[in-house]
Design a protein around this ligand. Structure first.
Ligand code: ADP
Length: 456
């Protein structure tokens, strides 16, 4: 009767809102490539296309012990990476918690803590003994907005993730680290300042030399790739033009900022999410794609479908009224539910969110919503990769290193990406290999320190 058709109408509408057809994908790729070019030419564009000053990929033959320091959020890791020269890397790692007090202390206090941890760590590995000399070069992964000016220099633009340490903004963070090392008489060269996406690319390239792209699909999303330096007009290196001028540089796209509304399938739910976010009107692609937001988009759709009476007989769920109460891991779980009565979806809805007596139709609708949101994310990621490969003109073979929970744990995600690449690029998509990569940020920093110090 009229009920059934109104359901159908709603589902058709949702499908239409979240879908990215063949033609729209092509337009998105073309527009992304154009934005990559703009970002490479000057700094006042939506895509920052950040020069990383990493101008060499590893050969896999680099050997020795190198340090990495990884400051990302509440945790801080000190690592030793031993490169064996055959693509194999061994590591020693220690993880420390950065207390809330430290996060708000003067920046020297924070960096003194880093130096203290490094000192303890060095004593430990020295006591343990090794076939390799003690490390003297360090790669510093510092995942905050920095303005990088050289491989080993960059100033902090602003704090985030709960850090407010006074005295840091505008300072060169590698110099802050060197000064802290000096105060403790630690002899260690801070060779490279590294962003996690670049680290992932370098770490993967050490074992797989066909790697020219890295993508993060976790809490946030980003991509880095190998670009011809002659295609980066905004970046002029010292001694440019001489015989030793490098040919390539890794570029950190910061693609999560992409926001072209005439090309992206932005729904009213995306608009609501953005309006209520802590950073409205920024990181629009990231908000449609990354792990931090997929659950919230689904929640907004479910709440809307309840209010129109299309779900749960129109009975609202207090547990779902709270922003970010629907975790992205639930999408994974529901998409993995292939039982004929969707029994695990029932468990999620009835146990976690206290829905009473869901009907099979309720559960089918919720599953469809998860599928639409998850699929759109994977298709956007594939379009981004297609754009990068197109920009590089590397259709005859390219490995993409991918790190993050979405790619690793979300069912069908990798397949949907591969299918979408095929839709966009045709047969050439067969030459694009998507590979899981893990913990590249620290390892990659050590490898960059290795590549760039062994060259000297
Ligand atoms: P990070 O990017 O912070 O280094 P991850 O790659 O683990 O770490 O990404 C964390 C994000 O992945 C969170 O937003 C979380 O909601 C999401 N997530 C965690 N587990 C899963 C899962 N099983 N399926 C899909 N998303 C998940």
């Amino acid at each position: 009767g009229s009920h059934v058709s109104s359901y159908e109408a709603v589902l058709v509408r949702l499908e239409k809102q979240f879908s990215l057809g063949q033609e729209q994908l092509q337009r998105l790729v073309r527009h992304l490539v154009k934005q990559f070019r703009h970002g490479l030419s000057s700094d006042d564009h939506i895509l920052k296309m950040v020069p990383t000053y990493v101008t060499e990929l590893p050969s896999g033959k680099e050997q020795g012990s190198f340090m990495a320091l990884d400051v990302g959020g509440s945790n801080f890791r000190v690592c030793e990476f031993i490169l064996e020269g055959n693509g194999v890397v061994r590591s020693n790692q220690r993880k420390y918690v950065i207390s809330d007090v430290l996060k708000n202390s003067p920046v020297e206090t924070l960096f003194d803590f880093f130096a203290e941890c490094v000192e303890t760590f060095l004593v430990e590995i020295k006591a343990k003994g090794s076939d390799y000399p003690m490390p003297t070069e360090l790669g510093f992964t510092f995942s905050f907005p920095v303005h990088q000016t050289a491989l080993d220099a960059g100033t902090l633009v602003q704090w985030n993730k709960g850090f407010t340490c006074p005295g840091a903004i505008g300072q060169d963070v590698t110099q802050l680290l060197r000064d802290a090392f000096t105060r403790r008489n630690i002899v260690m060269n801070v060779t490279a300042l590294v962003n996690d996406t670049t680290g992932t690319l370098m770490a993967h390239a050490y074992t797989n030399p066909e790697t020219y792209v890295a993508v993060i699909l976790g809490t946030g999303t980003n991509a880095a790739y190998v670009e011809k330096l002659s295609h980066v007009p905004k970046c002029v290196l010292a001694g440019d033009g001489g015989p030793a001028t490098p040919e390539y540089m890794i570029i950190n796209t910061e693609w999560g900022a992409y926001d072209e509304e005439t090309v992206l399938p932005i729904t009213s739910y995306d608009q609501t999410l953005d309006r209520n976010s802590t950073n409205p009107k920024s990181q629009i692609l990231e908000k449609m794609m990354s792990g931090m937001y997929l659950g919230e988009i689904v929640r907004l759709v479910i709440v809307d479908l309840i209010s129109t009476g299309h779900l749960f007989h129109g009975v609202s769920l207090p547990a779902l009224a709270v922003p970010f109460s629907f975790e992205t891991a639930n999408l994974s779980r529901i998409e993995r539910d292939h039982a004929i009565d969707l029994s695990d979806t029932r468990t999620v809805l009835e146990t976690l969110y206290k829905a009473s007596n869901t009907t099979l139709q309720d559960r089918q609708i919720v599953k469809l919503v998860c599928e639409l949101v998850g699929k759109r994310s994977a298709r956007l990621a594939a379009a981004g990769i297609a754009a990068v490969v197109t920009k590089m003109n590397r259709f005859n073979g390219c490995t993409v290193a991918i790190d993050g929970s979405l790619f690793e744990h979300y069912p069908h995600y990798a397949n949907r990406m591969q299918d979408t690449l095929r839709e966009i690029l045709g047969i050439a998509a067969e030459n694009i290999v998507l590979e899981q990569s893990r913990d590249g940020s620290g390892k990659g920093a050590a490898i960059i320190a290795a590549v760039h110090s062994l060259k000297k």
